[in-house]
Design a protein. Structure first.
Length: 316
């Protein structure tokens, strides 16, 4: 008795999707470990020093991929002004993140960064001319309410560090926005210039603030870059093995790991306002994501129907 090919194909797709989910979860764990090591190291070394060594280690890991794809392709970039703007934003985002985690709990910083998709949705109608209906505008407003709750505005809590966190997450959001406009650029090229930009900024800063590095910490600094690159590889692979609708929402497990590691390693106890605000932000982000997926499906169905109708007219 033979098994229908449709059944085998469905089982294979299901297995691939499960692997994609596992890779995404592992990638989020790697990103969280990267954040923990970064927070640990910036207690001793300057942000610029950490970013510089991290960038060098990441470039070493990235080198085989660059060689395989052809180093000359790194210079073949479209829309160079947008490329430069993206590098500047990514560099500002990295420095803001490491500066923020020196003073704030990991969970707080991660909450602000998870609001980035909300900022993207809010400005995309004005920059990318993408239509946004009342449902997504409502979700955007809910997300901003979550940010305000998490910030808990007061003279005691609304500190320069918290403001830098919000500005850093906005830089991250605009970096994502530019990524949409640079879809034609290979991932390796985008990552390479992103790392180079951060590394050069770190190199400039360490000229004014360099602390001798012990062998243990040097290995940790190098490992920081390796873990970050590994996380990117896992996430990219997960997105290729499973639908974005399946794996993208798993990015919010970053907040879970931030709370766990923040408590275990640094003794951070999450504030109630942060937990409530993060709930608003996650709910808003998930709604915006799934709404965009729904609109994409409807657009594909509409295009398919128009094609069928046009084809029928031609045959007549």
């Amino acid at each position: 008795m033979s098994v229908p090919s449709e059944t085998l194909s469905s089982a294979s797709e299901s297995s691939t999707a499960r692997t994609g989910v596992l890779l995404m979860l592992l990638g989020m764990l790697m990103f969280s470990l990267n954040d923990v090591m970064g927070k640990w190291l910036v207690f001793t070394y300057s942000v610029g020093q950490v970013v510089f060594v991290r960038s060098v280690a990441a470039l070493i890991v990235l080198a085989p991929f660059i060689w395989f794809n052809g180093p000359e392709k790194l210079l073949q970039v479209d829309r160079p002004r947008l490329q430069v703007a993206r590098v500047v934003l990514s560099t500002a985002e990295v420095f803001a993140f490491y500066f923020a985690v020196v003073y704030l709990p990991l969970a707080d910083v991660m909450t602000y960064w998870l609001a980035a998709p909300i900022y993207v949705a809010a400005v995309s109608p004005f920059i990318l001319k993408e239509p946004v209906g009342w449902r997504r505008w409502s979700a955007i407003i809910v997300g901003f309410i979550g940010v305000v709750i998490a910030l808990e505005p007061s003279s005691q809590v609304l500190t320069p560090q918290a403001i830098i966190s919000v500005l850093g997450s906005m830089a991250f959001a605009f970096m994502l926005l530019l990524g949409r406009s640079l879809r034609g650029t290979p991932d390796t090229t985008l990552v390479f210039w992103q790392i180079v930009g951060a590394g050069l900024a770190g190199l400039v800063s360490i000229a004014f603030d360099w602390t001798p590095v012990s062998l243990r910490d040097f290995l940790l600094l190098g490992l920081l870059g390796v873990v970050a690159m590994l996380a990117h590889v896992l996430v990219n692979r997960a997105l290729k093995m499973a639908d974005a609708a399946t794996v993208a929402p798993l990015q919010y497990t970053l907040l879970f790991w931030a709370i766990v590691f923040g408590w275990m390693v640094f003794g951070d106890v999450p504030r109630m306002s942060m937990l409530i605000g993060s709930g608003f932000i996650i709910a808003s982000g998930l709604f915006i994501f799934f709404r965009e997926q729904q609109l994409k499906r409807q657009g594909r169905i509409k295009t398919l129907n128009e094609t069928v109708v046009a084809g029928s007219g031609d045959s007549a």
